[in-house]
Design a protein around this ligand. Sequence first.
Ligand code: GLC
Ligand code: GLC
Length: 813
Amino acid sequence: MEQQKRYGHFDDQHREYVITDPQTPWPWINYLGNEDFFSLISNTAGGYSFYKDAKFRRITRYRYNNVPMDNGGRYFYIKDGDTVWNPGWKPCKTPLDFYECRHGMSYTRITGKKNGVEASVLFFVPLKKWCEVQKLTLKNESKEVKQLKLFSFEEWCLWNAATDMENFQRNFSTGEVEIEGSTIYHKTEYRERRNHYAFYHVNAPIQGFDTDRETFVGLYNEFADPQAVMEGKPRNSHAHGWSPIASHYIEVTLQPGESKDFVFLLGYIENEQDEKFEALQVINKKKAHALIAELDTTEKVDKAFAELCALWDNLLNIYKVRTGNDKLDRMVNIWNQYQCMVTFNFSRSASFFESGVGRGMGFRDSNQDLVGFVHQIPPRARQRIIDIASTQFPDGGCYHQYQPLTKRGNNDIGGGFNDDPCWLIFGTVAYIKETGDFSILDEMVPFDNQPGTEVTLFEHLKISMNHVINNLGPHLLPLIGRADWNDCLNLNCFSWDPNESFQTTENVSEGTKAESLMIAGLFVVTGKDYVALCKKLGKTDEAARMQKAVDAMIAAVKKDGWDGEWYLRAYDFYGRKIGSNECDEAKIFIESQGWCTMAEIGAEDGMVAKSLDSCKKYLECEHGMVLNNPAFSKYIYEYGEISSYPEGYKENAGIFCHNNPWVIIGECLAGRGNDAWSHYAKILPSYVEEKYQTLHKVEPYVNCQMVAGKDAFKPGEGKNSWLTGTAAWMWYTVSEFILGIKPDYDGIRIDPCLPETATDYTVNRKFREADYEITIHPNGQQKGVKSIVLDGKNVDGTVIPYAPGKHVVEVTM
Ligand code: GLC
Ligand code: GLC
């Protein structure tokens, strides 16, 4: 194998990924912010900030898919004699004497050195504050006095990130700013219906500024050579329309060995309607002044940073494993959990592959994200469940997405994705098992956010199950609707018009026979959970009713959902098989193998084992399991978007990492630990990092949605990193099924499934008010717990009963 160039490495002690070459194969980014104010930041300080909603409250501007790549960010220009450079290398790209970017837990530190000067910038969003801190430390490491000219730079977005990119006839006339001391305020549209503005501040006197982009950069110059910087002279420009920016100019003298800190703040403020103005056209800056005062010294900033780090210490102390395998431990203890938090916060809205204008929060996506996050901050998961359920319709169907700012269902995309309702059970059950909080089921939750329509959350779960039962097709399998989990299997779309959306067009649905085996499996898995929940609640009739429906579904799958060596994928509009040996292409699909093996349908008849073997035989390759095999080589209009992708990409036989864990869980339930582990390690970032930094292209510390499959031009190349259900599924798989620590209503179920090479390991798990130290002795076994000793006493069965306090558990397999 060709030796791959390396661009960085893990630093587990600091929980950082350290990038040592700025020219990564793709921008490698990080996320700042935990609740309201968010930023994306690349390893060269590219990216942008927004408040809550990447579409409607975009604070700074970014250019997607541009030349050069990764254009727009928070840039510091340092002019030292004739040399102009940036600590993050871009945009000037002046070769640096030293470069390092450390992406950590909700912070990034970028350090550059040039000609005896070190510039180090710490970027983070303090807890509960609506701002991004940029603490710049300049240090003179030379023996001479340094006279530096420092220019900061941010470019304002005119709030709505979508119209900002298109409505220029208006935009070029609306931009407005105010300048007060060392603070530049962005107040476009504040004069009319907006009650929010942004500001960019530095805690030092400035010797000049610029707020008009054209004046600062020059119309035919670039971020790499802004005229004001190149000449070392700010213009003190005041923006009127066009494109407002914010740049401070500071002259800095540094004695040999001396260092100075500058705290830059990018802040966001909302004012009450009747307190918007100080005087005609003068914005009320009271809240901005107060925010600035909270962070105007190095000491205050360091304290805020320490608080953020303490939060992460706590979050990552909830589940901690020591296996002796660094590659596994760092993913479980650090990066997988971190990615789960990020996906929970952002859903699929804003990454370097999602422009932040296209999508709100997905119904199914957010329910899955919950499962990776619920152990960290359960109250936020609880609120999310209520928000999601509030977008449901009385018949159990639901909006496919909702907008985070308004929490309203998104009319553009509508509903009709027939897997969606089941995910609400998946998310809610995970929440209750983690917290023991059954009271969530009694919360009154509306339909379609309409006041007056409230029923209990339990009722929402019930109608979710009913939605499947009420929408069965000719084989008594679930009708697929617009699509199931696979957004691209559009069996009722029949589109020849390239301007139609595959997701929202349903040209033919009257009389459809299109059924989904993926939903069938999902229904059985969540149905069993629902039955168990009903029993727990003493609702025996409801439990029996649903058990009957689950049994009927199992029978239907066995009768009409089995192809001989694997589960079918679907029936099309006409009732013809999809994902069958009879098909020319795409004979086997991963989703139904995953869900039907998780549901253990036909395990007693050998169906599960056969299906898992077929995954290995037909779907597996060096980089993971592909979605379908063989890939579609032509567009099939009865199938929709899936066949629109070239072979090996996305839903057409890409390695859709999201669904690999389904099969891995199937393997775990079947007790096949060696196979489960080998599938898992193939898509585990730390293993990929070691071998394929160049090929993989995207960030090596997180999972991406899709890796090009075996039929692709470049198998192994990753795309769509960060915001993917893969994060939660990887977490769920490794924490509960491989390492085997599974929250349950009455305690923690211990049931690992390991490769036979596994050695003793210890998991520290905080659970409700308890703290367990669980040591597992695998003894070469892949599955099967022989004995559990809790605080010196034998436990019957595999559940350690919950009791507050500290406990020591010894498990022998
Ligand atoms: C994307 C979507 C997800 C969907 C998947 C498969 O990841 O976010 O909702 O299930 O693609 O199409
Ligand atoms: C496209 C993508 C799919 C995604 C969907 C969401 O179809 O291929 O992955 O889930 O868009 O809109």
